[in-house]
Ligand binder design. Structure first.
Ligand SMILES: [Zn+2]
Length: 100
């Protein structure tokens, strides 16, 4: 069994800390993907890179929440208030949305 792997993000070589079976189980729990180690659309990454990716995922989630928040504000017609007052960081973000 090959007990080393190369992280696809940082390209460094690492010892496998868990078996493929364990990694697959983890991937299934996290992403609902079966047999992750045999799939071309799943990348093997080291712990550090994985944490970075998960941080980014959280960030995307927050973005989605802000989208909801934006639509909510707009639906109750107080979006102008957000625009007028430089309120938190929302001002720039609303501008960003409306420019699209
Ligand atoms: Zn890495």
């Amino acid at each position: 069994m090959n007990d080393k792997y190369i992280c696809e993000l940082c390209k460094k070589e690492f010892e496998k800390a868990i078996t493929d079976e364990e990694a697959n189980k983890e991937a299934e729990e996290l992403f609902g993907v079966k047999e992750a180690s045999n799939r071309a659309d799943m990348a093997i990454v080291c712990d550090d890179c994985f944490k970075k990716i998960m941080k980014k995922e959280t960030y995307i989630l927050q973005e989605a929440l802000r989208d909801l928040y934006y639509n909510f504000l707009k639906s109750i017609g107080i979006i102008w208030l957000v625009k007028k007052i430089s309120f938190l960081e929302l001002k720039n973000w609303v501008k960003e949305k409306e420019d699209k």
